[in-house]
Design a protein around this ligand. Structure first.
Ligand SMILES: [Zn+2]
Length: 303
């Protein structure tokens, strides 16, 4: 069965506190509809409804210290308890020890080896590749796993041709921040429908959204609310156009769920699973910590 993995960086299931948690304030009617009145809050999980399931998943995986992005994403891609093997959480970008796990063991490499179609749906701008080529920028765990699997990272021509999606969903950042004034512009619901149509071409596809972790580090309440309200619009178009298979929304660690601190949080991360109830029940049966996600994805896709 097909699976679309939407990775939202730095999203935990926090307290229902409008002072500190944008999820207690953001208007997310489409998420609320999917979760039958619930939201992405600690008090709302676990939940198994008609259209979606929500579980809290432990990203600390038994290792002390706050979970970090490089190891968290590497766990999501491999199912291996890398912090336990190394003795630490690490991030934001992988060091050589973490990078060593991102070769043959990732979902991308393993799906390619099994002849399944897999892709990272983000489009990366020229300055990203310039940064990599000049050595000023390191790959983060997800694109590194994609490269190591022999898959392409999509570029600006893929975005323009409709083969990939902007990291901010709508494409606005390509126009305002990157200077591509002709970049395709979509509203949130259109971006969601685009995501559904892109995902329909693959057995496994992943979309990476990092602005949520950034807003958490910057402690930007208004921005965080606006990002999640846009994401809610994406969910609307996505679920409207979604045909068959599962949609998974999860994260590597908490952050945005408590804006009273600039640091990551120790909150559980959400595993929001949307789609057919039988497949969802199977997917969520053994989800306890972050290492359980990759095996569940593997089983869903391989059938
Ligand atoms: Zn972070």
């Amino acid at each position: 069965m097909r699976l679309l993995f939407i990775f939202l960086d730095g999203i935990g299931l926090g307290e229902n506190n409008p002072e500190t948690n944008p999820f207690a304030r953001a208007k997310m009617p489409n998420l609320n509809r999917l979760l039958e009145g619930r939201s992405l809050l600690k008090e709302c999980a676990p939940f198994h409804g008609e259209h979606a399931s929500l579980l809290g998943v432990d990203p600390a995986v038994g290792v002390s210290g706050l979970p970090q992005s490089a190891t968290g994403q590497a766990i999501l891609l491999t199912g291996i308890n890398i912090p336990a093997e190394l003795g630490y959480h690490y991030g934001p970008k992988p060091n050589p020890e973490v990078a060593a796990y991102l070769k043959e063991a990732t979902l991308f490499s393993r799906f390619v080896k099994e002849g399944r179609k897999a892709a990272l749906l983000n489009a990366y701008p020229p300055r990203y590749f310039d940064g990599i080529d000049s050595g000023k920028r390191l790959y983060s765990s997800i694109p590194l796993a994609v490269i190591n699997a022999g898959l392409p990272l999509f570029r600006h021509d893929d975005l323009f041709a409709g083969r990939a999606l902007s990291a901010d969903f709508t494409g606005e950042g390509w126009r305002t921040m990157l200077g591509f004034h002709e970049a395709p512009l979509m509203d949130a619901a259109q971006a969601g429908r685009k995501l559904a149509s892109l995902a329909s071409g693959y057995d496994f596809s992943l979309f990476e959204y990092w602005a949520s972790d950034y807003a958490g580090h910057k402690q930007q309440m208004a921005n965080a609310i606006s990002l999640m309200e846009t994401f809610d619009g994406v969910l609307d178009g996505l679920t409207d156009a979604w045909d068959e298979g599962l949609i998974l929304v999860t994260s590597d660690h908490g952050n945005m769920d408590d804006l009273s601190t600039r640091k990551h949080t120790d909150a559980d991360v959400p595993a929001l699973v949307i789609g057919n109830k039988t497949a969802r029940d199977e997917f969520t049966r053994h989800l306890t910590d972050l290492t359980d996600i990759a095996p569940a994805i593997w089983k869903t896709v391989m059938g």
